[in-house]
Design a protein around this ligand. Structure first.
Ligand SMILES: NC(=O)C1=CN([C@@H]2O[C@H](COP(=O)(O)OP(=O)(O)OC[C@H]3O[C@@H](n4cnc5c(N)ncnc54)[C@H](OP(=O)(O)O)[C@@H]3O)[C@@H](O)[C@H]2O)C=CC1
Ligand SMILES: Nc1c(N[C@@H]2O[C@H](COP(=O)(O)O)[C@@H](O)[C@H]2O)[nH]c(=O)[nH]c1=O
Length: 373
């Protein structure tokens, strides 16, 4: 009789389930300069003892968050397994390295989904192994890559992660016929927008928005007090910024990008350290970034207001026939796809993964896809 071949399963059922929970936890964080990351610590007998997630650049990483929560609850993690959606980082950025937090907690096993492609942070697995920790990777790798697909792409392209902001009326207008647009959004939407401004690296508008609105573009609270952290204020377009424009301020954070090429604008911002930019408008700038396929996250503040005329949100995307339409998916992260902000709705979307479409789909295929309609 042939000897029975037994191959040890690379991951236990508890680890598989913990990774599912880590992916869910990751979705609570905001998108931006850093990827969404979740972590769950599992005891040797398979119980989930602590969960953590990353709340955005400058805050604790998921692993450190899970360790801190366990400490607060008086839970000892010695001998446990850390299950995390991204390779633990190895560097001192704005927070300490996760490898250190894991080693200090006495964790003996680490299971992660995918390697960290971000040069300064990479190498965590090797550091953990050198400390005698057992490290395995590849669990739910496809799901983890999909979770942060656009972030991985931005890192590979060496450009900032790009969020697009549109504050529009129900009929898709961002300004009235005379150019007035302040304010279409509810105070709650404006507060949300200023919250984003305070955690991004740069905000970008077109030269025409500067000419029409004379915006300040800093991050403020409801009383007008500036936030502790301010973004670079970038103006894109060939025209000079008017000498007395409010955007110039006196803090040296204003920058003119004399180009009409969105990729060139992003490359320039990246070179000076910007890893997350929010494009605020107006119409032609929003359209240029969307047409170039450079938008990683779309936030639409939808006001229950009608103008009937005025500046449309978008100024053409080069789409003349339905099969060329851009498709977007609802984004479950950071509060979900739809939130109510005062009288407004906040819609949260991500670009649909590019799928090669049959250029001339058969009527039968189309009928089936639409359920017979
Ligand atoms: N509700 C909202 O969310 C917002 C509303 N607004 C409103 O939008 C209106 C302004 O929108 P809009 O007139 O479209 O102006 P934009 O702010 O989009 O600026 C357009 C100008 O940017 C320059 N530019 C740079 N790159 C490009 C490009 N790829 N394609 C075209 N132009 C480019 C051009 O000027 P140059 O000659 O200098 O190169 C162009 O005239 C205002 O009324 C403002 O109030 C603005 C922001 C947000
Ligand atoms: N009108 C409009 C927005 N407009 C954006 O805000 C800019 C003004 O910024 P600031 O001068 O800092 O207050 C303006 O030029 C445009 O970029 N944003 C929104 O969230 N909701 C709105 O209804």
């Amino acid at each position: 009789m042939a000897a029975e071949l037994r191959v040890a399963a690379p991951f236990t059922p508890a680890e598989v389930q913990a990774m599912e929970h880590a992916l869910e936890a990751a979705l609570q964080g905001p998108r931006g300069a850093n990827p969404l990351v979740g972590a769950v610590v599992v005891s040797p007998d398979g119980r989930e003892l602590a969960t953590g997630y990353h709340r955005g650049a400058g805050t604790a990483h998921a692993e450190a968050d899970a360790v801190a929560r366990a400490r607060e609850a008086g839970v000892d993690l010695a001998g446990c397994t850390m299950v995390v959606t991204l390779e633990p980082c190895n560097h001192v950025g704005r927070t300490g390295p996760c490898t250190e937090a894991i080693i200090a907690a006495g964790i003996t096993d680490v299971v992660y989904a995918v390697d960290d492609p971000h040069d300064p942070a990479a190498g965590g697995a090797a550091t953990l192994r050198n400390a005698g920790i057992s490290v395995r990777s590849g669990l739910a790798a496809a799901e983890s890559l999909e979770l942060n697909r656009r972030w991985f792409e931005a890192v590979a392209e060496k450009r900032p992660f790009t969020t697009l902001h549109i504050a529009q009326t129900l009929d898709g207008r961002i300004a009235a016929e005379d150019g007035t647009s302040q304010w279409i959004s509810s105070p709650e939407s404006l507060a949300d927008n200023h919250g984003i401004r305070s955690r991004i690296d740069a905000i970008l508008v077109g030269t025409q928005t500067v000419a029409v609105d004379n915006p300040r573009l800093n991050a403020r609270d409801a009383s007008g007090n500036p936030a502790a952290r301010q973004p670079v204020r970038a103006v894109m377009g060939l025209r000079d910024i008017p000498e007395h424009a409010a955007i110039l301020g006196d803090d040296g954070l204003a920058v003119h990008l004399p180009t009409r090429d969105p990729r060139e604008a992003l490359t320039t911002l990246y070179a000076s350290g910007t890893r997350h930019v929010m494009v605020e408008g107006g119409s032609r700038i929003l359209s240029a970034f969307l047409t170039a396929g450079l938008v990683d996250e779309l936030i639409v503040y939808l006001a229950p207001t009608l103008l009937g005329s005025g500046t449309p949100s978008l100024d053409g995307l080069g789409v003349s026939t339905l099969p060329d339409a851009q498709h977007w998916e609802w984004d479950a992260s950071d509060g979900g796809p739809v939130r109510t902000l005062g009288r407004d709705l906040r819609l949260h979307l991500k670009p649909q993964r590019h799928v090669a479409l049959d250029p001339q789909p058969s009527r039968e295929a189309a009928r089936q896809a639409q359920g017979g309609y």
